[in-house]
Structures are given as structure tokens and as C-alpha cells.
Design a protein around this ligand. Structure first.
Ligand code: GLN
Length: 533
């Protein structure tokens, strides 16, 4: 039987609950325990797939093609948990299921209510994750901040879950903020007291408080928090600000958080350490031998979260090369050809990430033209592959105004066009080509050199594809098809023959990169960037 850790957040949002859950997963895995995780999001969208990055940040895609919250990215980067669509529930998904059952007649005769029907559905979703793959511990992250109206049904569900599970089968960890007030030169505990008070009002007494703080929390302050929040003193765990998110598990381990959790859950396990993680990731990040600058050209560069997995995968590529990667964020709308050499001055590699919609497209194409002509290593991802094809068609093959039919449905040279399977699709939610598909790599390519195997599996999220009607003319001018679907039907990777490293992929390799095992293409891209310095 799996045991459960419910993680809630208080005081303010953005305390890094997702990273806290991923790090807890990491330190428990180091103890030899099998972990699974689930994120509960209180919004009414069935999944984040239809949301704009301003609303939600990145949409993370799992192997089974679910469009999920970006916290699942942290879970997969930190732990070995294999995540699927079951590992992310939303209010919308829960209601969708309950309302479908109601229409089917499953509740005939009854009034369908938030309690018990919605809360039961939430508990069933959580239990399902506990029954998949026989985990020892399931970490359940409740999105939002305690006190939000939206998250109440989730909190009531986990209250009941813990009550029903019985002693030592489930615990609550509350992530809170202990702010340092500069003018008073003092650390303040009141927000934490209020936040725990709010939790207790709805019947949840946390066992452990994870206190985010920019200053060390002295013992007397911990005593005070313990007394007023009704937790033991050693369960007030300080979570100091750190430079890199990958230090968080080491900090928790140092604080003895793993022992604390295992005590509460009455679990025995082997002693464990994070020596590998420390030497292979954290130490390299702190003391890299080299460094390079990578320009990411996108339209959401003001947002921290829009290209989360890409930024992380670049860092991983750096770790694999013992190098620090400085990410230069460039607004694609600003990239004009006559300004390119000043915009990309001192940049060692250029990456164009995925995206939707027309805004910023011409700037991306200009950035790619610059990378191609100047021999700067280029990595295109999804839309970054499609724009690379458009650039090549226009500027090398002379196909004037070539475009993707996503942006110019009437173009005379539709070098990127709608996937056949998408032509009859009318609904927007969860209807793209999504999730893992195999890709066959061709000999003599950068891709094969990076992966060192001929068949790989990568995650997708797109509606448009390389139009094979233009394959011949482009190949003749030096575009190399480096990867295709196994039947050869869909083009998955293109490269340039006469260029140090120009690789553009239709899939999203960033979703499969980990700090201690960088994705091969990110590793190779950073290697090329370092060589280009
Ligand atoms: N908009 C493009 C498509 O749907 C690219 C998608 C992406 O970059 N994820 O094919």
C-alpha cells in the first residue's frame, strides 16, 4: 500500500512548490523508495493545452501525449517517476468526469454535489496514482495557495483521504514563506501562523512546515513557529534561497527532511545519499570549466516559465560539457536583418523554440538566416524547425514568400502544411499530434552522432509538418533530412550540409532532458557552441 504526502502552499504563490515536491521525491528515491507524484490544479480548463503561456507558462507533454502542468517537468527531471495523463488533474477534468457520469445515469436518483461526488472523484484520481506501478510513496501537490476559493474541494478531499488512510499513512507538508523585513531587520512568522491557521480551519493539521526564507531561521524563531502552528520543533524545516534549483534536494537532505518524513510515515529504508547528484550536477554548476552564451529567440521571453524545459535542458547541456550556459533572451519581434549582428554579438549558439501564431515569425526567420550565413550553431525546436525550413526555402531555394499554411494559408509555396491526420480535426483541446513517436535517424547526420543510436522516441505537440512536395528541391540545395518517422513519411529532423551544426527537430527534446543525463541533442548543441566561441 502506498503512503501519501500532501503538499500545500501558503502565504504567497511562486514559492516553488513544484520544485519542493520534485526535491522531496529525489531525497526519498535516494533512500531506495519508489515514488510517484500527482499535481492537482484548481482551474477549470481540462488541461493547460488551450492556455496562453502568459496564463500558464509552458505546457509540458508526457510520453502518452497529455498536455500537463510544467511542474510535471520538474518531477521528471528530478525523479525516475514515469508520468502520464493520470499524474495531473484539474478541477475541469474532475467535473468533466463527474458530469459525464451524471449524464450516463451513474448517480440516478441522487443530487450530485461537491461533497461527496467531486471530492470522491478527486480521491479516486489520487488513489489511482498510488495504485500505478506500486510506488512506496505518492507526493500530491495541491496547486494554488491556501485560502483560494478554487482549491477548497481539493483540500477537503485530501483531509478526508488522510482521515480514511489512517495513522502514518499520509502526512501534510505545508510550504510557507517566512519573510525578512529589512526595515525591522527581523524575520516574521505571522504570515505562516495565519496560513497554517487557515489550513486548520478546514481540518488540516500539517506535520511538517517547509519555511522558505532568505535568511537562516534561528532556533527561537523555529520554536515560536512550532508552538503557534502546532507542529514539533524539528518539523519546522528551513528552506533557504539557493542559487540553482538543483541544490534544493541537497539542502533538504542536509536538513534531514527525508528522516523526518520517514519517521512520520513509519517507513524503514536504507540510508542514502545524493553524492552523484552533488558531484555530477551541483558542483559542475558551481564551478564550470567553460561558459557559452545561447540566444533563445521567442515571443514569450519576458516570462520565466514559458520556455521552462528548454532553459533547463540548456543548463543540462552545459553540465554535460562542464560549462555554464548563459541564456540571452531575445524578443523575436525585435530581430531585423540589419540589426542581427549587433543583437547576436557575442552569442555562441542560437535556439528558436516552439510556438503558435503569426506574431514574431519574421524575426525568428531572420535569426535563422543569420545563424545559417554566419555558421553559428543553430538548434530549432518544433516551430523552430518549421521556420528553419521556411527560411531555407525562401533564401536558398528562391521560393519567394514560402510559408507555413498556419500563417499564410494562400502561400504559393506551402513548405510547411497541415498534417494529414489534422485535416478533419475541429476541436482544439488535446487534438494535436501529441506525445511519444519513434524517429529513425539517417547515417552521416549530426543527430545520429549525438544520439548514437538509429531509432529514438521523442515527444511531439504540433499540427503542421514539413511538406514533402518540396523535399527534392530543398535537398538539392543542401538541406539534409536527418530523421523521419519509421515509414519515412514524416520529416522529423532537418540539418544543413554546409554548416558546423544546424539541427532542427519537429519534436520537443527538452521534455526528456535531465540534469544528470542531458538530452543528447542539447549536449551536442552546447558542445558545438563551445567550439564556436
Ligand atoms: N504551430 C506549429 C504547429 O502546430 C508548431 C507547434 C510547436 O512549436 N509546438 O505545428
Amino acid at each position: 500500500m502506498a503512503k501519501y504526502i500532501f503538499v500545500t502552499g501558503g502565504v504567497v504563490s511562486s514559492l516553488g512548490k513544484g520544485i519542493a515536491c520534485a526535491s522531496i521525491g529525489k531525497i526519498l528515491e535516494a533512500r531506495g523508495l519508489k515514488i510517484n507524484l500527482i499535481k492537482c490544479d484548481p482551474y477549470i480548463n481540462v488541461d493547460p493545452g488551450t492556455m496562453n503561456p502568459f496564463q500558464h507558462g509552458e505546457v509540458y507533454v508526457t510520453d502518452d501525449g497529455a498536455e500537463t502542468d510544467l511542474d510535471l517537468g520538474h518531477y521528471e527531471r528530478f525523479t525516475h517517476a514515469k508520468l502520464t495523463r493520470d499524474n495531473n488533474v484539474t478541477t475541469g477534468k474532475i467535473y468533466f468526469s463527474v458530469i459525464s457520469k451524471e449524464r450516463r445515469g451513474d448517480y440516478l436518483g441522487k443530487t450530485v454535489q461537491v461533497v461527496p461526488h467531486i471530492t470522491d472523484e478527486i480521491k479516486t484520481s489520487i488513489r489511482k496514482v498510488g495504485e500505478t506501478g506500486r510506488p512506496d510513496i505518492v507526493i500530491v501537490e495541491i496547486g494554488g495557495t491556501v485560502g483560494d476559493i478554487e482549491s477548497l474541494p481539493f483540500l477537503e478531499a485530501i483531509r478526508q483521504f488522510k482521515q480514511e488512510a489512517g495513522p502514518a499513512c499520509a502526512i501534510n507538508i505545508h510550504l510557507t514563506l517566512v519573510p525578512y523585513i529589512r526595515s525591522a531587520q527581523e524575520i516574521k512568522t505571522k504570515p505562516t501562523q495565519h496560513s497554517v491557521g487557515k489550513l486548520r480551519e478546514i481540518g488540516i493539521q500539517p506535520e511538517i512546515l517547509l519555511c522558505r526564507s532568505e535568511k537562516p531561521i534561528e532556533q527561537d524563531v523555529k520554536q515560536k513557529i512550532a508552538l503557534f502552528c502546532n507542529v514539533c520543533e524539528d518539523a519546522v524545516v528551513e528552506a533557504l534561497d539557493v542559487q540553482s534549483i538543483y541544490e534544493v534536494p541537497l539542502m533538504y537532505k542536509n536538513d534531514g527532511l527525508d528522516d523526518l518524513i520517514l519517521n512520520f510515515l513509519q517507513l524503514n529504508s536504507k540510508k542514502g545519499n545524493l553524492r552523484d547528484w552533488d558531484s555530477r550536477v551541483v558542483r559542475v554548476l558551481k564551478d564550470p570549466g567553460a561558459s557559452c552564451r545561447i540566444a533563445v529567440v521567442g515571443k514569450y521571453i519576458t516570462l520565466q516559465d514559458a520556455y521552462k524545459s528548454i532553459y533547463e535542458a540548456l543548463v543540462h547541456g552545459g553540465v554535460a560539457n562542464s560549462a555554464r550556459v548563459e541564456i540571452v533572451k531575445i524578443d523575436s519581434e525585435e530581430v531585423k536583418m540589419h540589426k542581427a549582428s549587433s543583437i547576436f554579438c557575442g552569442v555562441d549558439g542560437i535556439l528558436v523554440p516552439g510556438g503558435f501564431g503569426h506574431r514574431g515569425i519574421e524575426g525568428k526567420i531572420n535569426a535563422i538566416e543569420f545563424a545559417r550565413k554566419e555558421g553559428i550553431p543553430y538548434f530549432g525546436i518544433c516551430l523552430g524547425m518549421q521556420t528553419a525550413v521556411i527560411e531555407f526555402a525562401r533564401n536558398v531555394c528562391g521560393l519567394k514568400n514560402a510559408h507555413s499554411t498556419e500563417f499564410d494559408p494562400k502561400t504559393s509555396f506551402p513548405v510547411i502544411s497541415l498534417l494529414e491526420e489534422q485535416k478533419t480535426v475541429r476541436v482544439k483541446g488535446g487534438s494535436m499530434r501529441l506525445g511519444a513517436y519513434p524517429c529513425r535517424l539517417l547515417p552521416g547526420t549530426h543527430a545520429l552522432a549525438a544520439y548514437r543510436k538509429g531509432l529514438v522516441s521523442e515527444r511531439h505537440r504540433h499540427r503542421y509538418e514539413f511538406n514533402r512536395d518540396f523535399k527534392k528541391v530543398m535537398e538539392k540545395r543542401g538541406l539534409r533530412i536527418a530523421g523521419t518517422s519509421p515509414s519515412g513519411e514524416l520529416v522529423e529532423i532537418v540539418e544543413l550540409k554546409d554548416h558546423p551544426w544546424f539541427v532542427a527537430v519537429q519534436f520537443h527534446p527538452e521534455f526528456k532532458s535531465k540534469p544528470d543525463s542531458a538530452h543528447p541533442l542539447f549536449k551536442a548543441f552546447i558542445h558545438a557552441a563551445l567550439k564556436n566561441k
